[in-house]
Design a protein around this ligand. Structure first.
Ligand SMILES: C[S@@+](CC[C@H](N)C(=O)[O-])C[C@H]1O[C@@H](n2cnc3c(N)ncnc32)[C@H](O)[C@@H]1O
Length: 454
């Protein structure tokens, strides 16, 4: 039945609601006169006062203003951190919810059945697990330069962070040193409303095993005394400066210059020594990436004679860990710097049966099959949007015996897996991995086997 506009909440309304469940993506779900509200900051069992944001015909987004009656599940938060919205849910419960959400996606969105759902792999560290943090510059109410995160739901407002509990102490120190230096230089933050100002973002990356740091300052075009900034940082991190012309909130693109130290960050993972370029993707939880990759290797069931494809390979980590267990490895990735890293990483780890190519999977997978031959095992690790229909069709054409799907979003894994099942594959097993404690994000690895022709 269509909701009448008289009872439908509108942007700016304040309401009191009770949260029933959690949606994918982490918002609390509440109902107001049958109308669905996705409430940021609410967990099941809470009664909250909310402000309504974007409102559609069937649902609206809302933000918690006050928790009037807390859920019996709620625990005290450890850190004032917009990047850790689930910290009020006990960790064991977070794991249960993630396990349930993966199951729910596969069954309800993908209409899949008959697979084994293995128990979620819990995180090694529940805090300070990120090897990369992207901060934004802004001003506090006194006009002082600050560095932190966007306030939830407010793109133009920055909340200062003093001790980011998702970063290591060394990463926090690097951020504080940069901010102190910027204040001493009198540099202005970028104003997201007017597009004026200089300092935009600060990206701090850390080699968790090597102890190396990489600091990348992202600004609008202008002047910067790189030598002075390098001198203000302890521990001689790699220092990069990216100048961006665009108005959007991004740290990608633009012109990047090395100001001091090493251009690439060094890390160790699963016995590999790898170097990572400034803009190449690298899993943000090193310790859990090792577990994710170990699971991908287990699900690949390699016996040594296989031709393996690693699609969306980044700097080649999954493929390089699989190559010694296979006959040959072919990696494909769109970011050229990441492919240069993958080739370098193969050489320095003395892996000589791996080849890497830069290209869009959508456009060049067919060509790869013509050149390399059909894969026995095909690994995909796409971004959150999952595989496009066209890529799924190309994968089906490539006809691997086994597909290992590494997914950072079960709601896109589900329809992709359903298409593959429709085309003759069986979804055999799936295992969630908790890479991001205190957040709603969940990764998982799925295994699909080609059914024998009857
Ligand atoms: C989730 S990351 C996985 C990277 C790598 N497997 C790892 O574990 O570090 C997804 C990767 O897909 C790449 N990518 C995105 N779209 C692509 C496309 N159309 N073709 C090839 N690579 C793409 C991104 O640059 C990114 O490196």
């Amino acid at each position: 039945m269509e909701q009448s506009t008289a009872t439908r909440p509108h942007r700016g309304d304040e309401l009191t609601v009770k949260i029933d469940t959690l949606a994918h993506g982490g918002a609390g779900v509440a109902r107001h006169n049958g109308y669905v509200l996705f409430v940021a900051g609410g967990i099941p069992g809470d009664t909250v006062r909310v402000a309504v944001g974007k409102a559609k015909r069937a649902y609206a987004e809302a933000r918690t203003l006050e928790v009037l009656q807390p859920s019996p599940d709620r625990i005290a938060p450890l850190a004032d951190h917009p990047g850790a919205p689930w910290q009020v849910i006990p960790y064991a419960r977070q794991l249960e919810i993630k396990q349930q959400q993966v199951d729910d996606s596969l069954r309800r969105i993908g209409r899949l059945d008959g697979f084994t759902l293995e128990p979620i792999v819990a995180a090694v560290e529940q805090w300070r697990y990120r090897n990369k943090l992207e901060y934004s510059f802004g001003r506090d109410t006194d006009g002082r330069l600050i560095c932190g995160f966007h306030a939830p739901g407010r793109w133009e407002e920055i909340v200062e962070v003093r001790d980011c509990m998702l970063a290591s102490e060394a990463g926090n120190r690097a951020r504080e040193e940069v901010v102190e230096w910027c204040r001493a230089q009198g540099l202005e933050p970028y104003d997201r409303r007017s597009g004026q100002g200089f300092l935009r973002n600060l990206v701090v990356r850390e080699g968790r095993r090597t102890g190396e740091l990489q600091v990348r300052l992202v600004t609008s075009p202008g002047r910067l005394d790189g030598e002075s900034l390098a001198g203000a940082l302890s521990g001689a991190p790699g220092l990069l400066w990216t100048r961006l012309e665009s108005l959007g909130e991004t740290t990608m693109g633009g012109q990047t210059e090395l100001l001091a130290g090493a251009e690439r960050l060094e890390e160790e993972l699963g016995g590999l020594r790898v170097s990572i370029s400034g803009e190449a993707f690298f899993q943000t939880n090193t310790e859990m990436a090792e577990q994710l990759y170990a699971l991908a290797i287990e699900y690949a069931q390699l016996r040594g004679f296989e031709r393996v494809y690693d699609l969306f390979c980044g700097i080649g980590t999954i493929g390089l860990l699989m190559a010694p267990r296979a006959a040959e490895l072919w990696g494909l990735e769109i970011v050229e710097d990441a492919i240069a890293d993958a080739i370098r990483n193969a050489r320095r780890n003395e892996i000589d049966n791996a080849r890497f190519f830069a290209g869009d999977v959508r456009l060049v997978l067919r060509e790869l099959v013509e050149r390399a031959g059909r894969p026995d095992v095909l690994v995909v690790d796409p971004p959150r949007a999952g595989l496009s229909q066209k890529v799924v069709r190309r994968v089906i054409e490539a006809a691997p015996k086994r597909i290992v799907y590494v997914s950072c979003n079960p709601t896109t894994l589900a329809p992709n897996a359903a298409q593959l099942v429709e085309a003759g594959y069986e979804l055999t097993k799936v295992r969630p991995v908790d890479m991001f404690p205190q957040t709603p994000h969940v990764e998982c690895v799925a295994q699909l086997e080609r059914r024998a022709a009857s």
